[in-house]
Write a protein that binds this ligand. Structure first.
Ligand code: SRM
Ligand code: SF4
Length: 579
């Protein structure tokens, strides 16, 4: 691990002028900027554009309630600003004590709900500027933070949530957690601003021997994401990560990880330069090589990533630009070792293991289905009551669900009674479609949303579920993912069905991803209302019920039939035009 602590290598000379964000980061005094002064300014509920970019590195986004925009503008009032705070929670695990603090803060400083994200953490919405310190200090009091939850750095590290509680799962979790700590920015800006109030005269902040051995003073060109998976479950969508690490288990021991690089979901409608991409498996490493591999990969992206055009700044584009072979060789050179050949593995599922399950260590866990990860109402009450008596932990899943984990035989009846009381012991009654549904937040808080997502999902499901049920497919697992724009926050391009927002009430329809996340879906229709999408899907669902092969998933069926036929038709049309 000798080169891990070394200084960054000089970056190759930038050919193009740096983007505004690069100039901002360079002049930010290691992510301090004017944040402290602007947070103290009570004349406005928001912060400047510059500070709003820098607060992201502290896990904070300034947003406004888009439902209220018109009314506020009519009244000539400032927008209804509020901050979103994202907690850093590697592997999605938290203790009951931490959960209770988060739950309390949801009422005291946020909008009264909690939101589980697709990267296994909590988000608070609608936090007033004046409440940010209270929230961050509250989190700090239970050993939680929001450092690097957003921004051009490594984000929340994902790890399998399905809590089999085997020794291998525990080991992978510990490796993921250690990697999360390892890849944290080293600047003290977060602690100075939010925890310690260490401000020099005039509210300015001084850099105190800051040094970023991995990131350097301008951090990364763009966000960076790492996730682990333990086959046969690909619950973390490992091929969507900048670095995906697939555990290889031999003789019940963790032998190491296959390494996939260059995954990513985000794209822009109509911009062919942007696209979702699945990671390529480039080799195998042993568990003790994980941090070194991450350091080498992150610094390669730091030095070769596009710092001029943020639309092309993700690692996947760096690979496309420089070539996989070059990037792999560069990673190996920086790591100081060669990757061994990848080893065999097999994914068979992405789904959370709902309901009551016996774990490998003899304890119980209960996987709760939480639509869009929004914890409110009865779910909120139940989880609060459970957290007060629970001695195990909570595990947030990449599918926006939550597992109550580590329940002993003696404790199970009490937890079961709370779930019964609140009507939450009923995942068995849900459709396979609903249990495999994801949606991003979108309106009213997301500033980038083009259409509804979380708020549209109940309507979409209620219209599609009867179609599946009538075709005899009530229980069949079919993954559906909905987002309010093409950025891909619910990893839509890995959904067997995906609706991607284009405009208010309009969605692009994608079909045909492979259920366990090894093939992207394909654009099937450009712009549909929800009813039009249901109308297009209905005959396909009926045909699937009638014609599918034994054990064939919906996405594979669409890929083999509907999409292949459409591609053949398009090719024939193109040939006719050329002729
Ligand atoms: Fe995301 C931006 C929400 C997972 C790709 N994402 C945003 C912002 C912050 C909007 C913004 O920039 O102003 C959204 C805040 C909405 C709100 O009101 O809360 C937002 N992203 C989310 C969450 C909360 C969706 C959810 O419903 O769970 C997820 C939080 C994850 C976390 O805990 O860290 C979330 N975002 C993802 C994922 C999925 C993943 O990481 O596994 C992706 C696709 C994977 C990837 O990164 O390639 C994703 N979010 C984006 C992008 C497109 C990035 C790109 O490469 O082009 C943006 C826009 C951007 O960065 O410019 C974005
Ligand atoms: Fe917002 Fe788009 Fe992400 Fe949905 S996919 S949360 S609309 S950025």
């Amino acid at each position: 691990m000798s080169n891990i602590a070394s200084n960054p290598e000089p970056a190759p000379a930038a050919a193009k002028p740096p983007s505004a964000n690069e100039i901002l980061k360079a002049g930010s005094n290691f992510l301090r900027g004017n944040i402290a002064r602007e947070i103290a300014d009570t004349s406005t509920a928001t912060v400047s554009d510059a500070s709003s970019q820098l607060t992201k590195f502290h896990g904070l986004y300034i947003q406004d309630d888009r439902d209220l925009r018109k009314e506020r503008a009519r009244l000539k009032q400032e927008k209804a600003y509020g901050f979103m705070l994202r907690v850093r929670l590697p592997g999605g695990r938290c203790t009951p004590q931490q959960y209770l603090l988060i739950d309390r803060m949801g009422d005291e400083v946020a909008n009264g709900t909690l939101r589980l994200t697709t990267r296994q953490t909590f988000q608070f919405h609608g936090v007033a500027k004046g409440n940010l310190k209270k929230l961050i200090r509250g989190l700090h009091s239970v050993w939680l933070d929001s450092i690097a939850a957003c921004g051009d750095v490594n984000r929340n590290v994902m790890a399998p949530a399905n809590p089999e509680r085997s020794a291998v799962h525990q080991r992978v979790y510990e490796i993921a957690r250690a990697l999360s700590e390892f890849a944290l920015p080293k600047t003290r800006a977060y602690h100075e601003i939010w925890i310690e109030d260490e401000l020099a005269a005039g509210g300015e902040q001084e850099a105190k021997n800051d040094h970023e051995p991995m990131y350097g003073p301008t951090y990364l060109p763009r966000k960076f994401k790492i996730g682990f998976a333990v086959p046969p479950s690909n619950d973390t969508d490992v091929f969507s990560q900048d670095i995906g690490l697939i555990a290889i288990v031999e003789n019940n021991e963790l032998a190491g990880f296959n390494v996939a690089i260059g995954g990513g979901m985000g794209m822009s409608h109509g911009n062919a330069e942007t696209f979702p991409r699945l990671g390529d498996i480039v080799g195998f490493i042993t568990p003790d090589q994980v941090n070194q591999l991450a350091f080498a990969t992150i610094t390669t992206q730091r030095d070769y990533g596009d710092r001029s055009n943020r639309k092309r700044a993700r690692f996947k584009y760096t690979i496309e630009t420089h070539g996989l072979a070059f990037i792999k060789a560069e990673i190996e050179r920086r790591a100081g070792f060669s990757l061994a050949p990848a080893r065999p593995y097999k994914f068979t599922t992405i789904a959370d293991d709902y309901g009551w399950q016996r774990a490998a260590d003899g304890t119980w866990y209960h996987m709760l289905f939480i639509l869009s990860g929004r914890i409110k109402g009865a779910m909120r009450e139940a989880l609060r009551e459970i957290a007060q008596i629970h001695t195990g932990d909570f595990r947030l899943t990449p599918s926006q669900n939550l597992s109550i984990s580590g329940i002993t035989d003696a404790q199970r009846p009490a937890i079961e009674a709370i779930l019964e009381k609140h009507g939450l012991n009923n995942t068995a009654a849900q459709t396979g479609l609903r249990l495999n549904a994801l949606s991003c937040v979108a309106l009213p808080t997301c500033g980038l949303a083009l259409a509804e997502s979380e708020r549209a999902l109940p309507e979409i499901l209620s219209k599609l579920e009867p179609v599946f049920a009538d075709a005899g497919l009530h229980d069949d697992p079919v993954s559906i993912r909905v987002t309010g724009c093409p950025n891909g926050c619910a990893r839509p391009y890995l959904g067997e069905i995906a609706l991607v927002g284009k405009a208010p009430g309009k969605y692009a329809l994608y079909l045909g991803a492979e259920y366990t996340g090894s093939r992207l879906n394909t654009l099937h229709a450009q712009s549909l209302t929800i009813d039009e999408a249901v109308a297009q899907l209905t005959p396909i669902i009926r045909r699937y019920a009638a014609e599918r092969h034994e054990g064939e998933f919906f996405g594979d069926f669409c890929h083999r039939t509907v999409l292949a036929e459409k591609a053949a038709l398009d090719a024939a049309k193109a040939a006719a035009v050329t002729a």
